[in-house]
Design a protein around this ligand. Sequence first.
Ligand code: CO
Length: 155
Amino acid sequence: MAVRRIVEQGDEILRKRSFEVTDFGEKTHQLLDDMYDTLVKADGAGLAAVQVGVLRRIFLVINGESVKDGVIEFINPEIISESGSQTGVEGCLSVPGVQGDVTRPYKVTVKYQDRHGDWYKLKAEGFTAKAICHENDHLDGVLYIDKAKNVKASR
Ligand code: CO
């Protein structure tokens, strides 16, 4: 159990491309467990490894309405198809105090590995699809504010 410090906008690491994960052992499991603790503490919808300062292609997304519903761990994810469109408000734990409107696909299919290296394919839509797209962008150094309109202070 360890809550890690969340890196905030202005830190150059958030603009870097994360590296493929090749280690599915204890070190990665510890990182995933710490990311979970960090996400619970922050009560967020998702968290990418780069947000705790680790340049690895890993993110978590909540599997429901809140982090209490559990999370899905995505390792080396790749969005292999997308369709439709949705526009909604987003925020980011690394960009505190603001929110903005972002247009994303309504449905995505994502291929990814779990913490043991096994491959899965998930079809997601609505909020989960939006969260997957937001977190996947982090792996390529992209922040939602790069795409957002009407960025303003959140309450
Ligand atoms: Co974010």
